[in-house]
Design a binder for this molecule. Structure first.
Ligand code: GLN
Length: 419
């Protein structure tokens, strides 16, 4: 059998191929030369499998899609407090190149607009870092995420520097308010190189999948950013990644995302996948027209909208069966808050007596921290009611089941009653 996923992606591309609306960005002269017909998509699951269709190996400059990753690097390098003091996390509802700062603090509103991204670039590595060290950090970090060595497209970089007046104006404004501690031109130079790193949709899909996988690279298994950094980055992408189109995007697509003026678009669906598209013609917000259409279709067809989650908790309680004087309560899957709540709700109905209750965990994949704490607390209360409690845990999914008062349930390696 051949997996149908690539065929499905190819069909999605076919569906949008006829849309020639929008225009290639031309404020960076080199980007105006881009082939407007380029069209590609790639999806990488958190298990590390990539599916692609169309122009999946065509390189283009990452542009603003670099912003969430530079933000993640700055958070890892400098910590939340320093980064928060420099740039906010509020959606601006403004165009990407707006000359705007938050009243009072003079911080750029978020790291997804140019003002915020220029400030973030200058935070990279450390307070005394050289411009070259920051660019090196970006190249090393993006390369590790992509799983191959990336490089700056010198022609795109030079072309943008030739016409960078607006970003220079933003940087001068930041320096005026002491948000930047060094010459505007130097920081814009580094930021522009950051934007000129060449990538393919395959690179971007795996980069997005790393964020979706809580910062662990899905192919190498290495932790590339701390989990809280990945969560924060995705949160900012959800609120501001699509600029003044962010609200509409969240309603229609519902996937944390970021667009770039070279026509790239990245999405990261927490716990599931990273996805990326390329198609250079842009809409009025500077987002790829066909990229947005592809993401809308994927979200709709594949139920990817973040606000439309499965009722995970209801599947955790697999069943309850009597076994002589014992009651066996079988759990399954991933036990998080709502799953543990469903189990506790059912256990609360057990008559108060001295019968034995066995929690069968042989089909549980894992407990989240809260799932574990709630389950142990439930067992503690059953024991207080007079029950004998035991767990069947052949795979050790509930190690060290201390009930919080020094006591432990009996631990068995096989389900009771042969079942
Ligand atoms: N390098 C571009 C700029 O700063 C990035 C903008 C974008 O991709 N939206 O103008």
């Amino acid at each position: 059998m051949r997996t149908p996923v690539p065929d499905y992606l190819a069909e999605v591309l076919d569906g949008v191929a006829g849309d020639r609306s929008g225009a290639v960005a031309d404020y960076i002269p080199d980007l105006a030369q881009a082939d407007p017909e380029v069209l590609g998509v790639a999806v990488t699951t958190v298990a590390g499998r990539t599916y692609a269709a169309g122009d999946a190996d065509v390189e283009f400059s990452i542009q603003s899609i670099s912003k969430p990753f530079a933000y993640a690097a700055a958070l890892a390098d400098r910590g939340t407090e320093v980064v928060d003091a420099t740039v906010g996390v509020e959606p601006s509802g403004e165009a990407f190149d707006e000359l705007s700062l938050e009243g009072g603090t003079h911080r750029p509103k978020n790291p997804m607009i140019n003002a915020g991204a220029i400030a973030v670039h200058h935070l990279l590595v450390g307070p005394d870092a050289t411009g070259a060290a920051r660019v090196e950090r970006i190249l090393d970090f993006f390369s590790e995420l992509a799983g191959r060595r990336l490089s700056v497209d010198e022609s795109v970089y030079r072309s943008e520097m030739d016409t960078a007046d607006r970003n220079l104006a933003i940087a001068h404004m930041l320096r005026n308010y002491r948000v930047l501690g060094e010459p505007a031109a130097e920081v814009v130079d580094g930021y522009t190189r950051q934007c000129a790193v060449n990538v393919t949709v395959r690179d971007l899909a795996v980069m997005g999948a790393t964020l979706a996988n809580a910062g662990v690279h899905p192919v190498t298994g290495r932790r590339v950013v701390p989990a809280d950094v990945a969560r924060r980055t995705l949160s900012v992408m959800a609120g501001s990644g699509m600029y003044d189109g962010a609200g509409d995007w969240l309603v229609r697509v519902g996937i944390p995302a970021k667009s770039g003026v070279a026509g790239g678009l990245i999405g990261a669906l927490p716990g599931q996948l990273g996805l990326a598209t390329v198609s250079p013609r842009l809409d009025g917000h500077g987002n790829s027209v066909r990229g947005v259409a592809i993401c809308e279709r994927l979200s709709r067809d594949m139920g990817m909208h973040l606000m439309q989650a499965e009722p995970y908790g209801s599947t955790v309680l697999r069943g309850i069966r009597p076994d002589g004087d014992t009651t066996v309560v079988a759990l399954q899957g991933v036990v998080q808050f709502s799953g543990a709540e469903a189990v506790l709700h059912r256990l609360a109905e057990m008559p108060v007596d001295d019968s034995e209750i066995v929690l069968d965990l042989s089909r549980v994949d894992r407990f989240s921290d809260v799932g574990r704490r709630m389950t142990l607390e439930g067992l503690r209360r059953l024991a207080l009611d007079g029950h004998t409690v035991a767990v069947v845990d052949p795979d050790g999914v509930l190690p060290d089941p201390d009930l919080g008062d020094g006591t432990r349930p009996q631990v068995r390696s096989r389900p009771a009653g042969g079942g």
